[in-house]
Structure formats: structure tokens, C-alpha cells
Write a protein that binds this ligand. Sequence first.
Ligand code: SF4
Ligand code: SF4
Ligand code: FES
Length: 258
Amino acid sequence: MSSYEARFKVWRGDIKGGGLKDFAVEVNDGEVVLDIIHRLQATQAPDLAVRWNCKAGKCGSCSAEINGRPRLMCMTRMSVFTREETITVTPLRAFPVVRDLVTDVGFNYAKAREVPAFVPPAELGPGEYRMRQEDVDRSQEFRKCIECFLCQDTCHVVRDHEENKPAFAGPRFLMRVAELDMHPLDAAAESGLDRKRTAQDEHGLGYCNITKCCTEVCPEGIKITDNALIPLKERAVDRKYDPLVWLGSKIRRRDRES
Ligand code: SF4
Ligand code: SF4
Ligand code: FES
């Protein structure tokens, strides 16, 4: 087994301010960045704050920026860097720092609460739901999400634009809207909820200009842009410009007004 000493710059501080601190830390074969951060805690910086749980890429809590790229620390092998490289670890930039590498990701939980849940079909009971396999497969891709919020962090709509946060749900939650809108058993429309309209008017779908940066950082390999956001945009536009949909909405509005 070979080991070497790697140079690290780790951001230390809190909401009032902070900066990068230099460390030299031992690295052994097969280790990931989270191992090194733990060794740093154990040997040189016992008060370093870092959030983690599973160390298996499944809990989504060890998100940070490594050399400026949003990544899971537990899934980033040290072997992807050269031994000469200085590795910089900073907290997620789009969210407020709590301390050191820990950020307050409450923005995401607030956005999650704004997406109305699946509406079960009135005529079917539990156990009576039937779906085609391709519909199951489609939503299954989105359900691999581990809520690491790397996609939320990297999206340029909010990354440097705090002012956009109230109007924009971010890729993770627009993907949730898309998943529900594609769900063949979702009865939201019957209860008067138009998910395509809310995607535009309430969750900020129009802010997304399909740069695909969210897809690039997703550790689950979910094709957020191609399979969720672009289809949702297409359906939202169809709804807006389809003359029959337009006429239907006018008639329904007139019915309500009379
Ligand atoms: S594709 Fe849309 S949601 Fe994803 S990073 Fe780009 S602008 Fe943001
Ligand atoms: S969609 Fe991917 S990047 Fe976004 S929160 Fe889920 S797992 Fe993380
Ligand atoms: S510690 Fe759970 S995803 Fe990294």
C-alpha cells in the first residue's frame, strides 16, 4: 500500500466570513476526499464542521465543491487528482454557510413543500393502481434522486442570483413537477391543479435555459434536462399554444364566471 501527503485548501469560517486554510494530509490507496477530511479532523482540525452520513453516495449529505466543482466528497476518489495537485474544498456556494463545509440547505426543503403531492385517482383504491412498464421506468429514473442538491447548487439561475430564489424551484423540484405531470394516474387536473401552468407561473420553469449543468453534476446520472425539464417545457408550451387547449380554458373560465 502506498501513501503520500496531499496539499489541501479547506474553507473555514461561518456566516460572518472566513477563508481557505492550508493543510498537508496523508492519503492512502483507495481513499476518497471524505476520508481525507476525516483524517484532517482527527489529526489537525478537530473542530472542522462537515456533514456526512452514509459514505456510500446514498444519503446526499456530503455535498461540497471540490476544485470549484459541486461533488459528493464520499464519491470523489483521490486518484482522480495528481499527487502534485492542491485540492480545494469549499462549501456549496448557492446556500448560506453554517460553518466550514456545512451549509444551510433549507431553501430546498421550502421548495419541496411548494410542489403539491401526487393526487390519487378517486375511482381506484390502494393496490388497484396499474401502470405501463415504460411509465414506471420513466418516473423511476427521477426517483433515484438522493437530494444532494448539487444540481440546485450548480444552476446559474440561483448560484449567483439570490434574487431569483423566491421565483425559481431549481432543477431538482422542476424535475419533481415533471415527474408528477407525466404520471398517468395523477388526478391533479381533476381537482383543478394544472401542473404545467404552475411549473411556469409558480416554480419558474421559464428561468431554465437548458444549459444542462444540473445534469452534468448529478451523482445519480439522472438526465434532469433531457428527460424532465425539456419535456416539461414542451408540454407547457403545447398547452399555451394548442388552440383546443386555449379554447377549452376560455370556455371553462366563462363557465366559472357565469
Ligand atoms: S438546465 Fe436549467 S435547471 Fe439545469 S442548470 Fe441549466 S438553467 Fe439550471
Ligand atoms: S437530481 Fe441528482 S444532483 Fe439533483 S438533488 Fe437529485 S441526485 Fe442530487
Ligand atoms: S456521505 Fe452519504 S452521500 Fe456522501
